[in-house]
Write a new protein. Structure first.
Length: 374
């Protein structure tokens, strides 16, 4: 049904926006080889790498967001944003003239605002996808004018005023994550019967999580009851030295410190408890693998959306939460021990997480795209 259709995806800024869009675009390309797909993003963000690497054409326009914190620097940035807003519509229309879309799909990020808005005003079918339980400013505004709003979490609906009823689609998750087998993964990692604790703070590394995990590992290593895999992130390369200072033996096979987790499907499915942030993609992966987790939302994101994401799981008994302002090594250790020692609670948490998973998210999204073009 999408053969020979021209489809525009618009998104940018972070992997959390871009990767789900690429997952959907990739599946459309597989199912409908004759469909033509174009991405519209900005020239200075992550989409300039991820989109071409996935084999899709990217056109760019200059767009930025408004800074709310008063400062001279932010005043300059806001002036630049206003300047860009005055010219971006004309640039989007030129792209549409060269590539007249049958539908425009927004996956968030500042750039999706003017692109989707321009399409809607031109009478082009439009849909958007909101990844977070608390929607961003751009999608809240767009919801009032687009043909269809798709949500990862049903909780987001109460913050929006959509023109038409919303659809809960979930968030596309990689096949490797969905299909990962716990027993196979544990055997591959050579864990044995010990509980595996997987901890991470994102690709850059969250200092507070790194500091807390140094304390947790130092407190628990001597008992040799756990296996730890901890990802420090790019800016956490100091972690091994800090562990040594605290008397931790890094030759212990029960402790594995990495900069990145390259086999996330294996590590997540093998874990007993996962400690980390609560970005939308991470939470969808936790649900897909039926993982118990302790979530530490980043306070440094727009609209505090990671907190709302985390609470969507906490309220269903699928996760525990520690806000960063309350995070200490002692508190994290106590919560971890309480979870691991309460097998019934751990099992319930896994079950509840798995029940929240939407494993056919990509298919749901494509179905809505097909229906909207009709």
């Amino acid at each position: 049904m999408l053969n020979s259709k021209k489809i525009v995806f618009t998104t940018g800024g972070t992997g959390g926006h871009i990767n789900p869009a690429l997952a959907v675009a990739g599946e459309i390309r597989r199912k409908y080889p004759d469909a033509e797909i174009l991405f519209i993003g900005t020239s200075d963000r992550l989409e300039t790498k991820l989109v071409p690497d996935a084999g899709f054409e990217l056109k760019t326009v200059e767009m930025s967001g408004f800074q709310r914190k008063p400062s001279l620097e932010n005043l300059k940035r806001n002036f630049l944003t206003v300047k860009r807003l005055l010219t971006v519509t004309g640039k989007v229309k030129k792209i549409f003239e060269a590539f007249p879309p049958d539908i425009v799909i927004g996956f968030g990020g500042y750039v999706s605002g003017p692109v989707v808005r321009t399409a809607a005003k031109m009478g082009i079918p439009t849909v958007i996808h909101e990844q977070n339980a608390f929607p961003g400013v751009t999608n809240k505004a767009l919801a009032k004018m687009v043909d269809k709003v798709m949500l990862t979490a049903a909780e987001a609906e109460k913050y929006m005023q959509p023109k038409n009823p919303v659809e809960v689609t979930g968030l596309p998750v990689r096949h490797e994550i969905v299909e990962a087998d716990r027993e196979f993964s544990r055997a591959e990692l050579g864990i044995g019967d010990k509980p595996l604790i997987l901890s991470m703070g994102g690709s850059l590394g969250a200092r507070t999580i790194n500091e807390a995990m140094v304390d947790v590992i130092a407190r628990l290593q001597k008992e040799h009851k756990f296996k730890f895999i901890h990802a420090t992130g790019k800016f956490g390369t100091w972690v091994p030295d800090k562990l040594k200072e605290k008397g931790v033996d890094l030759t212990d096979p029960d402790i594995e410190i990495r900069e990145y987790i390259n086999n996330m499907d294996v590590c997540m499915s093998a874990s007993d408890v996962i400690i980390g942030r609560s970005g939308a993609s991470t939470l969808s992966e936790l649900q897909a693998t039926g993982s118990a987790s302790i979530l530490i939302p980043s306070p440094n994101v727009t609209e505090n959306h990671q907190y709302h994401n985390a609470m969507a799981l906490v309220n269903k008994g699928a996760a525990a939460i520690i806000e960063e302002k309350d995070l200490t090594g002692e508190k994290l250790t106590n919560m971890l021990l309480e979870l691991v020692e309460n097998k019934e609670k751990l099992s319930s948490m896994r079950k509840n997480a798995k029940e929240m998973a939407i494993l056919d998210s990509t298919d749901r999204i494509i179905k809505i795209i097909e229906e909207t073009i009709k």
